[in-house]
Design a protein around this ligand. Structure first.
Ligand SMILES: Nc1nc2c(c(=O)[nH]1)N[C@H]1C(S)=C(S)[C@@H](COP(=O)(O)OP(=O)(O)OC[C@H]3O[C@@H](n4cnc5c(N)ncnc54)[C@H](O)[C@@H]3O)O[C@H]1N2
Ligand code: MOO
Ligand SMILES: [Mg+2]
Length: 417
């Protein structure tokens, strides 16, 4: 039996970046850049005023309080470049600096001495010393044309899109979304939320959970179904999914030791190569990973809801990140808020909550109810923590691995198709 890190390493080795496609920036939110974006222009594009006030020519010198200037004309945001004339020019925030002007005095730091017939200031006195170049936003100060604006592998979240919109980038090369199929197995499962449960039945919660999390992680769920405990039906469903050209098939249930745990048999029938089955990890021990004949990946996640959730987060997301050309994830290392218990000999992945403490530090709080059937503690959870194989107690204050919420790494990935 292999450990968690070896399992992740094997999954990464089996996953490669998908092809790129060009899409309009407006449709690219949440997608992952496949190529660096080079800034086609500088930001700001031209020297402009940061304040409403008066543009002056300081010519490299400070301007003393009490200095007076004749004002000629005005320059508003949107006005074209203007040739230098006069000693001062009325200027608005965002307006292009007129040629030859280099400093701006805000309107509130100015006394208007005279006005023209249209009641516009024609002579001003500045109230306090002004520094050369003040309140001017220089062209290219934020970003220079030709600089790498965003690197390949970056998620186009709203911050990234704000930059690209400002740069006038119309189209970007992004990775194709991984296409996945999700099959929840078990004849006890009821997919239709309107149907009354018969004796022995439960609702399918893994299927909708996986669909939501896979989308959030950047995948497109092209098929999702609830299947009975029947190997032939399962094999047929996987073949149909492969015919749709999926990159991965993800199932839940039927990977343990029960009479109806048929997934290993189905994989043999499909001619798949099983890379691992069972990990030194709790919960989620019977995780299965295989490669289907056409190269699609197969994840057999154990049926208990928490085992499914940790398999998706720890294993499936490692593959999706490679497919999307994203950097492999780096875990956070944070101190435990209190002692945590675990079984020796197995890594333990636990429901946990990052909490901000009065001292300003963030600590990882292990939550009550770690059993793999318990989903109610997830109401409090915001991360998973991963404790090492050795030992049965990890004491408060120890730095532990934390898997951050995937949306914090993957931003708004796949919030719709
Ligand atoms: N004799 C042994 N029995 C079990 C072992 C073992 O080592 N020896 N391992 C246990 C562990 S650990 C796990 S995890 C589970 C894994 O079971 P399976 O992957 O075979 O899953 P099922 O048997 O189909 O279901 C397990 C459990 O989860 C519920 N379930 C399944 N699918 C869903 C779903 N879509 N939504 C909600 N709940 C679901 C199912 O009803 C069962 O209660 O095996 C242990 N047994
Ligand atoms: O490994 Mo199972 O997932 O403990 O419940
Ligand atoms: Mg079972």
């Amino acid at each position: 039996m292999i450990g968690v890190e070896e399992a992740i390493a094997r999954i990464r080795a089996a996953s490669s970046a998908l092809s790129a496609e060009r899409v309009a920036l407006a449709d690219a939110r949440g997608r992952v850049l496949a190529e660096d974006v080079v800034a086609p222009m500088s930001l700001p594009p031209f020297d402009n005023s940061a304040m409403d006030g008066f543009a002056l020519r300081a010519n490299g010198n400070a301007i003393a309080a009490g200095s007076e200037f004749a004002v000629e004309g005005e320059q508003a945001a949107g006005d074209v470049a203007r040739a230098a004339r006069g000693e001062a020019c009325e200027i608005m925030t965002g307006a292009r600096m007129p040629d030859g002007f280099d400093s701006v005095v805000p309107v509130e730091d100015v006394e208007v001495l005279e006005r023209d017939d249209a009641q516009r200031p024609s002579r001003i006195r500045i109230k306090s010393d002004a520094a050369f170049g003040q309140h001017v936003r220089r062209g290219g100060e934020d970003m220079l044309a030709g600089a790498v604006a965003l690197a390949a592998g970056v998620v186009l979240d709203p911050f990234a899109c704000m930059l690209l919109d400002a740069l006038g980038v119309r189209e970007v090369a992004v990775r194709r979304k991984p296409r996945v199929a999700v099959f929840a197995t078990g004849r006890e499962l009821v997919a239709d939320p309107w149907r009354e449960l018969a004796s022995g039945e439960i609702r399918d919660s893994n299927g909708p959970y996986l669909e939501a999390k896979l989308r959030e992680a950047g995948a497109e769920v092209v098929r999702r179904a609830t299947l009975p405990d029947d190997v032939e039906t399962f094999v047929a469903a996987v073949r149909d999914a492969l015919a749709l050209g999926v990159d991965a098939v993800i199932s839940t249930g039927a990977v343990s030791m029960g009479r109806y745990d048929f997934v290993p048999e189905a994989l043999a029938m499909l001619g798949a190569e099983t890379v691992f089955h069972k990990l030194r990890m709790r919960p989620g021990k019977p995780q299965l990973f295989a490669i289907l004949p056409q190269g699609a990946l197969f994840f057999g996640l154990p049926g208990n809801p928490i085992s499914t959730a940790v398999g998706q987060r720890l294993l499936v997301e490692a593959a999706l990140r490679r497919m999307l050309g994203m950097p492999d994830e780096t875990r956070w290392r944070l101190p435990l808020a209190e002692d945590a218990r675990k079984k020796p000999g197995n890594a333990s992945i636990q429901k946990a909550a990052l909490r901000l403490h009065a001292d300003g530090g963030v600590r990882v709080q292990p939550l009550r109810g770690q059993e793999s059937f318990r989903i109610a503690p997830l109401r409090e959870a915001n991360v998973w923590m991963l404790l090492p194989e050795d030992g049965e107690r990890v004491s408060a204050g120890t730095l532990v691995d934390v898997l951050p919420p995937s949306h914090m790494q993957a931003a708004l990935l796949g919030s719709g198709t």
